[in-house]
Design a protein around this ligand. Structure first.
Ligand code: ZN
Length: 302
């Protein structure tokens, strides 16, 4: 009988203790004495599960610089806190993840009466791109059978394994440690590329066609026509256009034909106004020919 009373007292004290957790009283696995990832004061995790979780968290920290805290409590003060506010307060109290990039994840489990237990993956601001709410929810889905079955250690391990497989990728590494994400298939960019290639194809085709047309001999069909002469018919003046005649000859059959072209009228050079040089009209100013000195020449001081 005394045994039962003792057991009752013990479980009652456990119950009271379990109900009393607030964020500030949760044992911090990082501190003066420890440097771990797991807070499991009631011992839900087996040694092997704890080791696997620790290994995974170590690797995640090393690979993508993300801190994953795993907290498993027998309960908490559910009068004062709901699951979200408890996680939020604990997350910020501990400061999980880097200060600048906020790449932390809190995996939170709290025991209680069946139906009132809690599981939550709480993410830092820097994780939201990779671990969307939807992604977190599907990680919990994957572990749900274990959790409902009372295998809390296996459930939490399953969640950590899910985090591991999502975070231990080169894409995640690029996004989290370099600050950019490799684009996956981008339909808009692909369409733009297609249009560009189409445009390029048409442009090249037009150029080839223009070349073909201008070198095609109408008499023998060979693409062998070349300009062989140019004669000014009338010089352009400042007021009227000029004309010139181009002679084309086919290198294949000797067929010769002529084309006349307009020479645009002349444009007056810049007018000089008091001290400043201005260009006007089509004259775009002068420039040197583009010579380059290699330091030749001589000089001396005096
Ligand atoms: Zn010809």
């Amino acid at each position: 009988m005394r045994k039962y009373v003792l057991l009752l007292l013990c479980s009652l004290s456990c119950f009271i203790y379990a109900e009393s957790y607030v964020p500030a009283s949760v044992p911090n696995p990082k501190g003066a004495m420890h440097n771990g990832w797991i807070c499991d004061p009631a011992g839900y995790l087996s040694t092997s599960q704890a080791r696997q979780i620790t290994d995974a968290c170590n690797n995640i920290k090393e690979f993508v610089d993300v801190e994953v805290a795993v907290v498993m409590l027998p309960g908490y003060d559910r009068q004062r806190y709901d699951r979200f506010t408890f996680c939020q307060e604990l997350f910020n109290l501990w400061g999980i993840g880097g200060k600048q990039r906020n790449t932390g994840v809190l995996v939170f489990f709290a025991d209680g009466q069946p139906g009132s237990r809690d599981i939550r993956i709480h993410t830092g601001g820097g994780m939201e791109g990779l671990l969307t709410d939807y992604a977190c929810s599907s990680l919990i889905d994957d572990a749900y059978d274990y959790l409902v079955d009372g295998q809390f250690g296996n459930g939490v391990l399953k969640i950590v394994e899910g985090l591991y497989s999502r975070l231990m990728t080169t894409d995640a590494q690029a996004e989290l440690t370099l600050g950019w994400a490799p684009k996956h298939f981008d339909e808009d960019a692909f369409a733009a590329l297609l249009y560009f290639l189409l445009f390029l194809f048409v442009a090249v085709w037009l150029l080839c066609y223009a070349y073909y047309r201008s070198h095609l001999c109408k008499q023998c069909g060979a693409v062998a026509v070349k300009q062989t002469n140019m004669k000014i018919i009338s010089q352009p003046t400042y007021t009227t256009d000029g004309k010139r005649q181009l002679t084309f000859t086919c290198a294949c059959c000797g067929n010769t034909f002529y084309k006349t072209q307009i020479i645009p009228h002349l444009v007056r050079a810049a007018t000089t106004t008091t001290g400043t040089f201005r260009s006007s009209g089509g004259f775009s100013g002068g420039s040197w020919g583009g010579g380059h000195s290699f330091g030749g020449g001589a000089g001396r001081g005096f």
